[in-house]
Design a protein around this ligand. Structure first.
Ligand SMILES: N[C@@H](CCC(=O)N[C@@H](CS)C(=O)NCC(=O)O)C(=O)O
Length: 232
């Protein structure tokens, strides 16, 4: 029913977390971003930003033509609305989930991504950049830790806000963060890690790739050599 354009990265995991929780029928179409498959014309028709994840729903609820969606946050909202799950309809609880979803999309994801880049991939280790992104990632972990002091999940019940943030906390060591410094976040992390759907989602990843995505010089060139001229 759903074609999922996917690779084994945090933004990809967000969507398999949802699909496994909801038990939706889906087919994974692997897009190896370390080999440049994000520039294939068929993929770009669905994902003009040449980034995974993206999807095509062949059975939208209005019964019409297939709907394609890119951007993981938009995909989570689409899937939540399709299934009526993990995003409340009540306006107060819905606003709460959405503000934390957007917090992840605009804050935790981009900052942790730059953290990975400056800490791990940058050929020159620039201390200012490392301190900036490790510090900002730590600040965001602190915000989440505080938020989770008096509730089990980010917006009360398990929701798309949790699914968006969890995969970025999985790589906490690479971000130079110690979860023992954030006890509420650690408890939340361990709770989500133990969910059967989470375990299944990360098993799905292993069917497609078990290696680091940035494993060689070719991958570095493809992923870190992009500019206005590489847009296709
Ligand atoms: N804001 C986008 C970010 C997507 C993104 O950065 N995806 C990465 C993998 S996690 C990607 O496809 N990178 C390919 C590239 O850099 O060429 C989302 O949340 O969907």
């Amino acid at each position: 029913m759903i074609d999922l354009y996917y690779w084994t990265t945090p933004n990809g995991h967000k969507i398999t977390l949802f699909l496994e929780e909801a038990g939706l029928d889906y087919k994974v179409l692997p897009i190896n971003i370390g080999r440049g498959e994000q520039f294939q014309p068929d993929f770009l028709k669905v994902a003009p930003n040449n980034r995974i994840p993206a999807m095509v729903d062949h059975a939208p609820v209005d019964g019409g033509e297939p709907i394609s969606v890119f951007e993981s946050g938009a995909m989570l909202v689409y899937l939540a609305e399709k299934t009526g799950r993990f995003l409340p309809t009540d306006i107060r609880r819905r606003a709460d989930v959405l503000q934390w979803l957007f917090w992840q999309m605009g804050g935790l994801g981009p900052m942790a991504g730059q953290n990975h880049h400056c800490n791990t991939y940058a050929p020159e280790k620039i201390q200012y950049a490392i301190d900036r992104y490790v510090g900002e990632t730590g600040r965001l972990y602190g915000v989440l830790n505080k938020r989770l002091a008096d509730r089990e999940f980010i917006a009360g019940e398990y929701s798309i806000a949790d699914m968006a943030s969890y995969p970025w906390i999985v790589s906490h060591e690479r971000q130079s963060q110690d979860l023992n410094d954030f006890p509420n976040l650690k408890r939340w992390f361990d709770t989500i890690a133990a969910r059967p759907a989470t375990i299944r989602a990360y098993e799905v990843a292993k069917e497609f790739n078990t290696q680091p995505t940035v494993s060689d010089e070719e991958a570095r060139k493809i992923l870190f050599g992009q500019n206005a001229q590489t847009v296709r």
